[in-house]
Design a protein around this ligand. Structure first.
Ligand code: CUA
Length: 303
């Protein structure tokens, strides 16, 4: 607690400590009074029960004091929450895209990354988008979490105040591999951040692999033959495969046309033994013709 990892840690931890403090105090106080009453008013010590008809003073006390306590809790909760809604105008905008089951971050200069890299002591605002279902971006160390809703642009902001790397989780159940929808946020000194930001050295990966990484294909399709959510890409080119089309089984050979239709219309022909409806996005507007060619070239190399 109270780590200063982000500008929100203090506010959230204070609210948590206040509420926890009240809860512990009342747990002890109520238990103590209860035990005292059990002893003091048992049948041996108090053979004849008294019927108490009402007591205005007592009723006012037990109405007013809890009201004040609840308002105190509300005050600390509000003080911790309100700054989260107050996004500074000069915050660095980063687009965060969620999809089953990965995160992608896109910067103003077009740089993309699957890790969120931010400069220390600078306000950053994340514009949250989903390509398919509900997700939620959660950075526990920063005490922030925000839903990522298809068709909406939710926002969250923060200032990373301590260099280091922190976990990012998805906090909204989004399917088979929800628990593996993980990433990191790196907080770097400004100099290191600028170096990273301006480094546009091309990746050493073949172009087709870059396209697939960018679109999270590999969170469901392995390259090494192992079964994840969808069929592996290893040895897929030219393979004879049984697919289910409109409930009918048929045999196809994996060629250009099949790869194209599997990306643009993922649920039309589903490989036998795999579930339909897990690949929700049609990549028609996302993967260009050029990228499609790169993917096909790359898949041919995966013997
Ligand atoms: Cu995305 Cu859970």
């Amino acid at each position: 607690m109270f780590t200063d990892a982000s500008n929100f840690v203090n506010g959230v931890d204070t609210a948590f400590a206040v509420i926890l403090g009240f809860s512990v105090f009342f747990l002890i106080a109520i238990s103590a009074v209860m035990i005292y009453f059990v002893i003091r008013y048992n049948r041996k010590r108090n053979p004849k029960a008294t019927n108490i008809e009402g007591n205005h003073k007592l009723e006012i006390i037990w109405t007013v004091i809890p009201t004040i306590l609840v308002l105190v809790m509300f005050y600390y909760g509000w003080a911790g929450y309100q700054p989260m809604r107050d996004i500074p105008k000069d915050a660095i905008p980063i687009k965060a895209t969620a999809q089953m089951w990965s995160w992608q971050f896109e910067y103003e200069n077009g740089k993309t990354s699957d890790t969120l890299v931010v400069p220390k002591d600078k306000a950053v605002v994340l514009n949250l988008f989903s390509r398919d279902v509900l997700h939620s971006l959660y950075i526990p160390a920063f005490r922030i979490k925000e839903d990522v809703v298809p068709g909406r642009n939710n926002q969250m902001w923060f200032i990373g105040q301590k260099e280091g790397d922190y976990n990012i989780f998805c906090a909204e159940y989004c399917g088979d591999r929800h628990s593996q929808m993980l990433s990191k946020v790196w907080v770097l000194e400004e100099g290191d951040y600028n170096k990273w930001y301006n480094d546009t050295t091309a990746s050493a990966d073949p172009p087709g692999l870059q396209v697939m990484k960018k679109n999270a294909c590999l969170s469901c399709h392995s390259l090494d033959g192992s079964r994840i959510v969808g069929p592996t890409f290893k040895g897929i080119w030219g393979k004879t495969e049984t697919v289910v089309t409109n409930g009918e089984e048929r045999e196809i050979v994996v060629d250009e046309a099949y790869i194209r239709s599997s990306i643009y219309d993922p649920n039309a022909d589903v490989t036998k033994g795999y579930n339909q409806g897990l690949m929700l996005t049609t990549y028609k507007d996302i993967i260009s013709e050029e990228e499609m060619g790169q993917i096909i070239d790359y898949l041919k190399t995966l013997k």
